[in-house]
Design a protein around this ligand. Structure first.
Ligand SMILES: NC(=O)c1ccc[n+]([C@@H]2O[C@H](COP(=O)([O-])OP(=O)(O)OC[C@H]3O[C@@H](n4cnc5c(N)ncnc54)[C@H](OP(=O)(O)O)[C@@H]3O)[C@@H](O)[C@H]2O)c1
Length: 319
């Protein structure tokens, strides 16, 4: 496993013209940085002039439980960047990109890793001529301490084009990301894949945050049992209205319950954000469903209720 690799010289590895920049040095960004080659991967700082060190050091616990020390550069220039991974939270993505995009080569593929939907469209609408791709990943990382990242589960990452100029670039992006040793594949129907993940997140995450419980514990709760059928109906209606391949409410409920059972001991990212006092991504999950449904003349009261309740939790935390 190529974690923390520092020895491969660009000229020997044949990657002399590849430089991967990561915007968002949180759990997922640090995970990718740890697996990608050290000599061609670095983080984009918020403000290069205030950096106290040119290197970022942290510990990674890999998916087999082994500990690694990771050292990666903070990048002071972006002119040679051949791939930008954006691993900020959905709500920060447009502003974070706006701060740096003028320093990025026009041809540099930009890969968005955000969960949910809405932030990807905001980026593609704002920079339609940039080669923008979306990633949907089942890799799981968390950051129990500022200088420590845990690779909680190995998964797969699917990459697909969002803007016209990104069509045909998946292969070059996959080649660069595959140097990590993580599983990366092309996905022509990336929106469908993002939708599949959003539907499952919409049926699990807000319940875990409101009930402050693990994923599996929602299944017996009255909040879940009282609302899950209507929630799935709202999702199925919107998926159909978007012109995506239809899913019945029953299929969606089966998917949600299967994932909740298979990850029963896990804390969802939304519950984790709430517990950590951070903003959640509810606006890009149930909030997106409610907003998009309104735009298309559909009702989505359950998604709106869950969005409101999660927002209330965050503004009035009980602990
Ligand atoms: N973690 C996972 O396993 C996983 C899996 C699939 C998808 N995702 C998605 O990936 C995204 C990131 O998740 P995460 O868990 O890595 O979140 P995270 O730990 O909160 O990381 C986000 C990082 O972005 C940084 N950031 C925010 N604004 C910035 C700016 N203007 N310039 C530079 N950096 C900025 C934050 O810095 P500060 O902390 O200083 O604000 C933080 O370090 C989310 O949309 C999530 O849904 C995560």
């Amino acid at each position: 496993m190529p974690i923390s690799r520092t020895s491969s010289k660009p000229s020997q590895s044949g990657v002399e013209d590849e430089n991967i920049a990561i915007l968002g040095a949180g759990a997922l960004g640090r995970l990718w940085a740890a697996y990608l080659p050290a000599d061609t991967t670095g983080f984009v700082p918020r403000n290069a002039t205030t950096l106290s060190s040119f290197r970022l050091n942290y510990r990674l616990q890999d998916s087999d439980g082994r500990e690694h020390t990771i050292v990666r550069r903070w990048l002071t220039g972006l002119s040679g960047t051949t791939l930008l991974l954006v691993t900020t939270k959905a709500g920060d993505t447009v502003d974070a990109l706006a701060e740096i995009i003028d320093r990025l080569p026009e041809s540099c593929p930009i890969v968005l890793f955000q969960n949910g939907l809405g932030s990807q469209q905001e980026v593609a609408d704002r920079w339609p001529r940039r080669p923008v791709l979306a990633a949907s990943t089942t890799e799981a990382a968390n950051r129990p301490a500022p200088d420590r990242v845990v690779h909680a589960a190995r998964g797969h990452t699917w990459i697909g084009a969002l803007t016209g100029n990104a069509v045909g670039l998946s292969a070059t992006v996959i080649r660069q990301l595959s140097r990590s040793g993580l599983e990366v594949r092309g996905e022509e129907r990336i929106l469908e894949r993002l939708w599949g993940k959003l539907a499952v997140n919409a049926g699990i995450n807000p319940f875990t945050a409101i009930l402050d419980c693990r994923n599996g514990d929602i299944l017996e709760s009255s909040l879940f049992l009282d609302h899950i059928d209507a929630l799935c109906e709202e999702l199925a209606n919107l998926i159909r209205a978007e012109g995506l391949p239809p899913h019945s409410p029953e299929e969606l409920r089966d998917d949600i319950e299967r994932v909740a059972r298979n990850t029963s001991a896990n804390t969802s990212s939304m519950r984790g954000d709430f517990q950590g006092g951070r903003a959640t991504e509810i606006d890009y999950i149930n909030g997106y469903v409610a907003r998009r449904s309104r735009e298309l003349g559909l009702a989505a009261p359950v998604n709106q209720m869950l969005t409101d309740r999660v927002k209330q939790l965050v503004s009035h935390p009980s602990h």
